[in-house]
Design a protein. Structure first.
Length: 113
């Protein structure tokens, strides 16, 4: 079980808790409210967690983040074994630049206190 490999003090637990309490709709993330029809997109909270993890670990490339989703136990735990492809990851960044900036600002202000 992945939970056994991620200690209680691991930073991914902080990332997970932080993103879960955010109002992603208020921050301006696209697809923060899912539609009843069609194939559902990835939840913006999952991709936000991935971007925060990537930033903290100097992984900014969509392809590198994609690789981490299938080989890094911390990321696998954080995303609950989701494996978005690099285009999905890159499109999320392209479609939500201002919301991501707001999320990061809140994250780093909270982390600094």
């Amino acid at each position: 079980m992945l939970d056994d490999y991620v200690s209680d003090e691991n930073p991914v637990r902080f990332i997970d808790a932080f993103v879960e309490i955010q109002d992603l709709k208020e921050l301006g993330f696209m697809h923060s409210e899912l539609k009843a029809t069609g194939r559902p997109p990835y939840n913006p909270s999952d991709l936000s967690k991935l971007y925060l993890y990537g930033y903290l670990n100097s992984l900014r490339s969509s392809r590198k983040l994609m690789k981490e989703c299938s080989r890094n136990l911390e990321v696998m735990w954080l995303l609950k074994n989701l494996t978005p492809d690099f285009k999905t990851i890159a499109d999320f960044r392209k479609d939500n630049p201002e919301a991501i900036k707001k999320l990061f600002k809140s994250f780093f202000l909270l982390q600094a206190t």
